[in-house]
Design a protein around this ligand. Sequence first.
Ligand SMILES: CSCC[C@H](NC=O)C(=O)N[C@@H](CO)C(=O)O
Length: 746
Amino acid sequence: MFSSRIPFHRLISRCAVMASKVLREAAEIAQLYRDQCRFPALCRADVGPVITSRFGGQYCNVYTEWTQRDLERNENVKFCRQYIVFHDDTSVVYSGPSGNCTEIKGELLSVDSPSGDMKAVLRESTIKGEDKQLLEIWHKNRKLKCLNLTTLNKHGKVYEDDQFGCLIWSHSETHLLYVAEKKRPKTESYFQGPETGLLTDEEDTIKTDKKEETVLGQQFEYYEDWGEALVNKSSPVLCVLDIEGSNITVLEGIPADISPGQAFWSPNDTGLVFVGWWHEPFRLGLKYCANRRSSLFYVDLASGKCEQLSSSSSAVCSPRLSPDHCRVVYMECGVFGPHQQCNRLCMYDWYTKQTSVVVDVVQRARPDGFTGIYSSMLSPRCWSADSQRVLLSCAQRCRKDLLVVDTSTGEVTSLTSQSEEGSWSLLNIHRDLMVVSCSSPNCPPDLRVGFLPEKGSESKVSWVTLEETQPQADISWQTLNFSPPPEEDNSQYPGLDFNAILLKPKETTAGSKLPLIVMPHGGPHSVLVSEWFLSTSVLCKMGFGVLLVNYRGSLGFGQDSILSLPGNIGTQDVKDVQLAVDSVLKHGDFDEQKIAVVGGSHGGFLACHLIGQYPEFYKACVARNPVTNLASMIGSTDIPDWCLVEAGYEYNTDIHLEPAILEQMLNKSPIKHVSKVKTPVLLMLGEDDKRVPSKQGIEYYRALKALQVPVRLLWYPGNNHSLSKVDAESDGFMNSALWIIQHLSL
Ligand SMILES: CSCC[C@H](NC=O)C(=O)N[C@@H](CO)C(=O)O
């Protein structure tokens, strides 16, 4: 059994040192997960008006909102905490919390008026057993008004999502703007209404001052929606509330083929500026898809005239008005093609009506290291006080940095590239006071404020921490860079490199080898930045090494890297991940027999590919809502264009699928390699996933069953693509960890 050339005692001791200690008991893992869940994440920050005290000192209030998983209540709780910041014109003099945390319940949206005197809240509430949406107006310590929007019945549900939703005060503070679903006709069956075919609903007649028509035979009408995470959101309308008169106007004049969202008041409140997405001939999923044809529009309130302000052939998002009300910045990228790309930062001059490109698409990293703009959204406010510079946070390779853009020169300067921390997120900026959050793979998010230094002194920003977090001493992390060997270089896009983040438990027994979990991200045009993740920190504390791979095609490395992948999925990305793993193994810290792969969506696609293409290598696999067969997915996903583009074809809404195209899609899919799989697979599927319908996972499950490869399927009702409900996420984590422990024989 043993080689005679190695003495038996040495073999025993070698086995003993090689076995690294991993936490295996379910109860202990659950306790660790529970402990790590106690670090909240920031989701919003607002800066209130500057107040000058009797003694001449200036101060302002910083309002923050946080979310935290509550495993006992099985929900994500949201709470707020406020801070007082005393400052002079350029620096923070004193700061501290003003009071404790308060849980926020039932609020869908809330916003202070520009002066800070009033507050508007959109609330959901159950009244006499029925769900209602209420719009409340608060003034100082009083609730001035509460409108029951559901009963008023001027429109459907108010949109509270990031894609379309908004709740915005007019500059005059007399009106509020929001987006809601268009009112639908009341319907009844041909066999339930009176024979006249037209009914009136008395209750609605009273509430809406108008006879409401009931149409017959349309109860089963299909309304397209905007896909994954935007279900039942079909036809948004812009709504304006006149606060004094409690009057709601649903805006007309917006072209019938446009869905409006992300709206705000124009200078002088003469009209509304919004992003309009074209929805003909049909709607495609919008979440994670910045590449949908859309433009900036202005609708004039007096005339109802609607004007298009940006190009008809691009995709735009996040328009933000400058403090002097003269200019609007927004991000723009190409239509169709990769779902997330390098953005252009554009600027529209309100008075000259001229548009300029402030920062263009970056094909390759510039000599100063700038790789382009990859933010999915600009922060609610992003302008410097003098309306000259714009601040944003975005991935630069695998680190999220704070960048300042000078709008007159297009010059980009990083505020954070020299810092030691992992990644930075801009929450807000107001009168040059920046509110940011900073985290690392071993340090949960903190909260800091600092003044934007004047141009030329950007590196001199001095941060004041309002909420501190401690780095976790038992986790170490590093960034690793990789260059593909010549035979894997992309001839169309030569010389591209990529990177990975490696997390390791700090304390390891000398000579022992760690088990390794490989995690490629989804998208594929997405990126894993060096920030805090709950699951990776728990796995690392359990005793695993974790390798997060940003293969070629990831965001943050230049547009060429993104463009190098479509047409090459299933090969280039798979080989990049394997190269990263092989390189890490060469350093000898990890046990080659104890490697697992975990991924969701396109990351699940890669996990399934890796176990098919490297059948002896991975000892356990976990796949969340994986893409397993592009050819069978194209007809059922909310983003069929993804299948064609990533398979290397152009997409048109009237595309006719040829057998050769379907064959290519099949060839690039993990199912093609399934007969070689030996690795035990844990599948986790969301019943309501519109992006990668659960049938993808089931197709793979059946194939593995037929091949007698160990497979287990976890089915999460009420969950969509992200499997992010608290019980699904925590159950998924526990089962993944235990699956890996079992099949790595730990
Ligand atoms: C047809 S679904 C393609 C995969 C999916 N892409 C975009 O939604 C994906 O990988 N999603 C990632 C996020 O980008 C995920 O982790 O869910």
